[in-house]
Design a protein around this ligand. Structure first.
Ligand code: S3P
Length: 436
């Protein structure tokens, strides 16, 4: 039941049905940007329905890229690529709530012959941008910011290739620098100490770019030569695994649940969630594994069973960064609880997700230990419904809709409309698969 931006979630008895997810957000952004700088048209089906990926498309239009969207035909977008040279924007590039759009697109505008201004909403205006400012400046771009935060004023330049080791494990930064590397003179080398999602590399290859990858004791090194031209593609984006996480965790809450998820992204750099959920007790089988433009896609059959516990730390925390809020939200219902370490990055997402999860769990009556870099949530706890806040953060709104399914009494989520940032149909879809 929905009232303005409040949503009331009632407890459920079971989760059953089939969920087809809109296209993966991480792939959607990258395809929209690369289609814009490719030569020739691209047609991309199952583009993300979220407001974030609409922000990317709006920015591309401001940079002179023509595109059309057909919501009746599988959410397809058709993009007329302009090649590497975009048009000077007549207005600021509005990235809305999307850190990914601002960080990745900064790598493309840094290589243009004109200045651009990138702005965002209140949440994005608080998020750290030095992680792209420092390496892009080393490549020769001039970037002014508000103490390392948006708005960014980027004066593009003929870029120089760099050899850069990323201090923060961030796929957004890696993609930003690979995109900038297309405009650089020579070979740009990027080393990531912890392996992050590789959609940037996979997408660049899909558009015809050659990349090299080397793994060593220092981490994962990716090498891109500047001046390569991209060609448009026809593609279908697999279902968003991070959106599927909410339904998979909802299924995990009920021993009798049964869920089918067709056409889901199964990229190994994203699929750690499935291992953790299986370890917790969910039964998952994968049918019909395929590959589309280098991305694995599969159909899942899921059955609830027990709910043990888990520890998420080290490389797993980076790999599961977007799924930790919902895993933490179901943690009290597990037998042994869930401990999250090495996830300090959660504090600088769309909200401070460590604080937001702790605050909402406490309002539902849970005992929670909040730490600088994570959370320790004991298992075996019974929660009650409560009045919660989304903190304007899509993943917090959705995570607590899931937690509310096993609470005693109703839960009200204020600011639940923020779910539309990644998944506008979330609440209707959740309602459709819950039994009461
Ligand atoms: C993303 C990378 C992650 C993730 C974000 C999407 C991407 O951010 O949290 O939702 O598409 O590359 P970081 O790069 O900051 O880790």
């Amino acid at each position: 039941m929905k009232n303005g931006s409040d949503v009331i979630v009632r407890p459920a008895r079971n989760v059953r049905g089939s969920v087809s997810l809109p296209g993966d957000k991480s792939i959607s952004y990258r395809y929209a940007m690369l289609a814009g700088i490719a030569e020739g048209p691209s047609r991309i089906e199952n583009y993300s329905t979220g407001a974030d990926c609409a922000s990317t498309l709006a920015c591309m239009r401001t940079l002179g890229v023509a595109w059309e969207r057909n919501k009746d035909s599988g959410n397809a977008i058709e993009v007329q690529g302009r090649g590497l040279a975009l048009a000077p924007p007549a207005a600021a590039l509005d990235c809305g709530n999307s850190g990914s759009t601002m960080r990745m697109l900064s790598g493309i505008v840094a290589g243009q012959k004109f200045p651009s201004e990138m702005v965002g909403d209140e949440s994005l205006s608080r998020r750290p941008m030095e992680r792209v400012i420092t390496p892009l400046s080393a490549m020769g771009a001039q970037i002014a910011s508000q103490g390392g935060k948006p708005p960014l004023r980027i004066t593009g330049a003929a870029l120089r290739a760099i050899d850069y080791t990323m201090p923060v494990a961030s796929a957004q930064v890696k993609s930003c620098l690979l995109f900038a590397g297309l405009f650089a003179d020579g070979e740009t080398r990027i080393t990531e100490p912890l392996r992050t999602r590789d959609h940037g590399e996979v997408a660049l290859r899909a558009f015809g770019v050659k990349l090299d990858r080397r793994s060593s004791g220092q981490g994962n090194e990716i090498i891109i030569r500047g001046g390569q031209r991209l060609r448009g593609i026809e593609a279908r984006i697999p279902g968003d695994l991070s959106s599927a996480a909410f339904f998979l965790c909802a299924a995990a809450l009920f021993p009798g649940s049964q869920l089918t998820v067709p056409g889901l992204l199964m990229n190994p750099t994203r699929a750690r969630l499935l291992d953790v959920l299986m370890q917790i007790g969910l039964r998952i089988s994968v049918t019909q594994l395929d590959e589309i433009h280098g991305e694995l896609v599969g159909s899942l059959q899921v059955e609830g069973a027990g709910l043990k516990g888990a520890t998420i730390a080290g490389a797993d925390s980076a790999a599961l960064i977007d799924e930790i809020p919902v895993l933490a939200a179901i943690a009290p219902y597990t037998e042994q609880g869930i401990e999250v370490r090495d996830a300090r990055e959660l504090r600088v997402k769309e909200s401070d997700r460590i604080a937001a999860v702790a605050a909402n769990l406490r309002l539902m009556g849970a005992q929670v230990e909040e730490r600088e870099d994570g959370l320790k949530i004991p298992g075996g706890q019974a929660l009650h419904g409560a009045e919660l806040d989304s903190f304007g953060d899509h993943r917090i709104a959705m995570a607590f809709a899931v937690a509310a399914l096993r609470a005693r009494g109703e839960t009200v989520i204020h600011g639940a409309d923020s779910a539309a940032i990644s998944y506008p149909a979330f609440f209707q879809t959740l309602e459709a698969v819950t039994e009461r």
